[in-house]
Ligand binder design. Structure first.
Ligand code: NFE
Ligand code: MG
Length: 565
């Protein structure tokens, strides 16, 4: 008789995710379901609108990956119409992209994921002087490391805990035996949690300088509309310098220090072993993938010896299935390429509040995207593996250095901890590239090239009557694609396939699980009433269900529930 653990909603993510895990007699997860519990329908809202406005609607799918849908959207429309943007537009978009990636990954590590590994309450037992010794050893270049500094942080945490109002730290599993850090490491991590919180509001000023605001900066079909001057550009340079110092001085040392206490998590949570990357960060236009900083490709069955090509326009490659999703397709259709995609919601689940979903029926608002019929994992781990397997020296250097420091083999990457480490390693690449993109922009401006947009095709009268296009990017959580069909100057169909839809997808028609579900299977759970193991693996993907199902919330859902039957 198996037991079912239900976590709904999973917190410290974006959006509304429910996980049901079935445990065997030994307390090991033997089956799992990932369910997106709400729906909004941005794809439906876009029909009939002006394609030049699509980015502004799409961008508001999510406040976390706050730029990526706008980027994919303008690229899709430009691809359909046949617009080639000036090089400075690509560079500014790359700067926006990298700013988003660095901010999002740091927030994920400290504010969404760290508390799965760091026990805040244990930090009260730390000796500030010993914490200072540890901090000076772990992150010798980081400035805040005195005993007085850590005593102050500890005092702040103490006030929190003694007030009995833990606020955002409420409802965690403090004291759970799965927490392995000594009190000093916990105190150091809590201090850096607070520092990262202050830092992340600074770095996004880069978005406000090039895009007018954050969240949801402005984009433009044809390029970028950025009013920039020298004083602002100098400020951007300072913000990039600070970001690099923070990533190298604090984030990466903390990541490696925390990881060293959890070696068992290099063998848990690997899941599918199939990885997909569309690629991004053009150096010679979006039409030349050979010059992307993030190379695209597919790895199947953990085979790093072969990287297969991905084609978003090949109707046999990317297709969405709905065998276990609350949607309907036209009669006889089981899998549709996004250009033929249909978004017709049909809820057939139980009336909420419900105790459990049926794994043999439909159980989620997410479709199941597949690549040549295979379930795929997308995101930082996929990107690091594809870069590594493609033989790229920059990827190999950061991966090999981390494996060496942690004294683990490359196979350790296929795991929950590998996923979390990959996110940090790509942040090292990203912050470095951010500086390089900025330097490139400055070189162009100094040489007199200040064009940031091509508006020759702004008027719909210059467009083909019927056209279709695709746009893509590598969002923080993975490969993102938008597909648009334009008839008579208006959007006839718009389909979005999002990173978290790939990762959080349900089973497909063949019964193949999505990445979250596959990664949970085989995980031993110490205490099903406090399912920290489920949180560790699910958080390692950094879920965003707002993106995945383009959703909002109905009334009356409980804020937190763990049911064990
Ligand atoms: Ni809303 Fe997003 C990212 C996109 S979802 S966070 O990154 O696209 O996976
Ligand atoms: Mg979609």
């Amino acid at each position: 008789m198996s037991r079912r653990v239900v976590v709904d909603p999973i917190t410290r993510i974006e959006g509304h995710l429910r996980v049901e895990a079935m445990l065997n007699d030994r307390g090991v997860i033997e089956n799992a379901m990932s369910s997106g519990t709400m729906w909004r329908g941005i794809e439906v809202i876009l029909q009939g609108r002006d394609p030049r406005d699509a980015w502004a609607f799409c961008e508001r799918i999510c406040g976390v990956c706050t730029t990526v849908h706008a980027l994919a959207s303008v690229r899709a429309v430009e691809n359909a119409i046949g617009i080639k943007v000036p090089q400075n537009a690509d560079i500014i978009r790359n700067i926006m992209f990298l700013t988003q990636m660095v901010q999002d990954h740091v927030i994920h590590f400290y504010h969404l994921h760290a508390l799965d590994w760091v026990d805040v309450v244990s930090a009260l037992k730390a000796t500030p002087a010993a914490t200072a010794d540890l901090a000076q050893k772990v992150s010798p270049t980081w400035h805040n490391s005195s005993p007085g500094y850590f005593a102050d942080v500890q005092g702040t945490v103490k006030k929190f805990v003694e007030s009995g109002q833990l606020g955002i730290f409420q409802n965690a599993y403090w004291g759970h035996p799965a927490y392995k850090l000594p009190p000093e490491a916990n105190l150091m991590a809590v201090a850096h949690y607070l520092e990262a919180l202050r830092w992340q509001k600074e770095i996004v000023k880069i978005h406000t300088i090039f895009g007018g605001k954050n969240p949801h900066p402005n984009y433009l079909v044809g390029g970028m509309a950025s009013a920039i001057n020298m004083e602002r550009l100098n400020y951007v340079r300072d913000l990039i310098t600070d970001a690099a110092r923070m990533v190298e001085g604090m984030y990466i040392p903390d990541l490696l220090a925390v990881a060293s206490f959890y070696p068992e998590w290099t063998t848990i949570g690997g899941g599918l072993g199939n990885y997909m990357v569309y690629g991004d960060l053009p150096q010679n236009g979006i039409g030349d993938p050979s010059r992307f900083r993030f190379p695209g490709g597919v790895i199947l069955n953990k085979n790093l010896g072969e990287v297969l090509p991905v084609d978003l326009t090949d109707q046999g490659q990317i297709r969405e299935e709905i065998a276990h999703s609350w949607y309907e397709y036209p009669a006889g259709k089981e899998a549709l390429h996004p250009w033929e995609g249909v978004t017709a919601p049909k809820y057939t689940g139980p009336k909420p509040p419900y105790k459990q979903l049926d794994e043999n029926g439909k159980y989620t608002w997410l479709k199941a995207p597949r690549w040549k019929g295979n379930a795929m994992e997308v995101g930082p781990l996929a990107r690091m593996l594809v870069g590594y397997a493609s033989g790229r020296a920059d990827f190999k250097e950061v991966v090999n250095e981390a494996l060496g420091k942690l004294k683990v083999p490359a196979t350790a990457l296929f795991s929950t901890l590998g996923r979390t480490a990959a996110r940090g390693l790509e942040t090292r690449l990203a912050v470095n590239w951010l500086g390089a993109e900025f330097d490139h922009l400055m070189t162009n401006l100094k040489s007199g090239d200040s064009a940031t947009a091509d508006t020759a095709h702004w008027e719909p009268s210059t467009w083909p009557a019927d056209c279709k296009g695709f746009g893509f990017t590598e969002a923080p959580r993975g490969s993102l694609g938008h597909w648009v069909q334009i008839h008579g100057g208006k959007i006839a169909n718009y389909q979005i396939v999002v990173p978290s839809t790939w990762n959080a997808s349900p089973k497909d028609g063949k019964g193949q699980h999505g990445a979250y579900e596959a990664a949970l299977m085989g995980t031993p759970m110490a205490d099903p009433l406090r399912p920290v193991e489920i949180l560790r693996t699910i958080h390692s993907f950094d879920p965003c269900l707002a993106c995945a199902s383009h959703v909002i919330g109905p009334d009356g859902r409980k804020l937190s529930e763990v049911v064990v039957r």
